[in-house]
Design a protein around this ligand. Structure first.
Ligand SMILES: NC(=O)c1ccc[n+]([C@@H]2O[C@H](COP(=O)([O-])OP(=O)(O)OC[C@H]3O[C@@H](n4cnc5c(N)ncnc54)[C@H](OP(=O)(O)O)[C@@H]3O)[C@@H](O)[C@H]2O)c1
Length: 295
């Protein structure tokens, strides 16, 4: 696994290990081989899988956080390199293995569709041409070479992951708990979400489902508009949500990120997962919030 220290990776490893499975981790620091760690670093183009042995599957989640800094040319390059160069070097090393893994599950994001208003987006829908969308397209493409070695490749187009221990929801909780929550911009933008627990289940499902190949949307069945999302969260927390934040203020504070992470509208349908027989534990957002906040 790459990105094993992150929100999704650490939850997946914990679940795998609690079931008696073994997670081997790609790390960017000096690896502890006895603990199943292997060195890789997209920035230095290093990846050393020597002695890794048989792998049932590879989960590739690594990528510099898109939300932690205002975007500029330098960190846009890091956002791209960490994902695209990272995928290229990982795939090259996987193809060199004597015993190749059966499957590579690689992260992608619903950002691939761009800003799409009320349109319902399926895996076959057209893609955007903004920075994040092109990044996701190139990220997915960089994994395709693995197919040449007979590896099944599935690209999880992940939506907003809900957890109280990390990601966007953790950042929202404090203002909402103080009664300072409110819609962002018009509040009409669609948010396609998934609970962290369901995403971990999706990753197991993708590993085990041999017919699942290519891109699939990893989002719960019922996306909500930002206004609905705000009200659902306020209701679950028992707090008012009367402080809207206008779009111009978001742009002033966050720069370009405001348009592409906070105001962007993506109403995404997880058609491939549904048709493959996956069932979500959290189907409605309010129930999802209750489960996530109770953990
Ligand atoms: N969370 C969401 O809402 C969401 C939504 C859509 C898509 N995704 C995608 O899903 C993946 C996992 O998400 P997450 O929330 O678990 O992300 P995360 O918590 O930010 O973790 C990502 C991991 O990537 C590795 N990483 C960070 N900077 C890196 C760099 N410059 N080069 C190489 N690796 C780097 C780190 O792992 P190590 O330190 O162990 O190397 C980090 O723990 C990410 O690629 C993310 O873009 C997430």
């Amino acid at each position: 696994m790459s990105g094993s220290s992150g929100l999704v990776g650490s939850a997946f490893c914990k679940a795998l290990e609690s079931q008696g499975g073994e997670a081997l981790r790609l790390v960017r620091r000096s690896p502890n081989r006895e603990a199943g760690e292997f060195l890789w670093n997209p920035a230095t183009k290093e990846c050393d899988l020597t002695g890794i042995g048989r792998l049932d599957g590879v989960i590739h989640l690594a990528g510099k956080s898109v939300a932690d800094h205002r975007w500029n040319d330098a960190n846009k390059k890091e956002l791209r390199d960490s994902r695209i160069l990272g995928s290229e070097i990982l795939v090259d090393e996987l193809l060199k293995l004597e015993e190749k893994p059966k499957v590579l599950i690689s992260a992608s994001a619903v950002g691939i569709y761009g800003n799409r208003g009320d349109e319902l987006l399926e895996e076959g829908s057209s893609k955007g041409d903004d920075f994040l969308s092109v990044l996701c397209q190139d990220w997915e493409k960089a994994t395709h070479k693995a197919k040449e070695g007979g590896i099944r490749v599935a690209n999880a187009r992940i939506g907003l992951v809900l957890s109280k221990s990390g990601g966007a929801l953790k950042k929202m909780l404090l203002p909402f708990k103080f009664g300072l929550g409110g819609r962002l911009g018009s509040g009409k933008q669609w948010m396609s979400w998934i609970t962290l627990d369901d995403l971990v289940r999706v990753l197991f499902f993708a590993l085990e489902t041999e017919t699942l190949e290519g891109p699939f949307n990893a989002v719960a069945p019922n996306p909500r508009t930002n206004l609905q999302f705000t009200k659902d969260l306020g209701r679950v927390l028992g707090r008012p949500t009367i402080f809207p934040v206008p779009a111009f203020m978001l742009r002033l504070i966050f720069g370009e990120i405001a348009d592409w992470l906070l105001l962007v509208s993506q109403r995404v349908d997880s058609k491939v997962l549904r048709e493959s027989g996956f069932t979500f534990d959290s189907v409605e957002l309010e129930d999802g919030f209750r489960k996530v906040l109770a953990k």
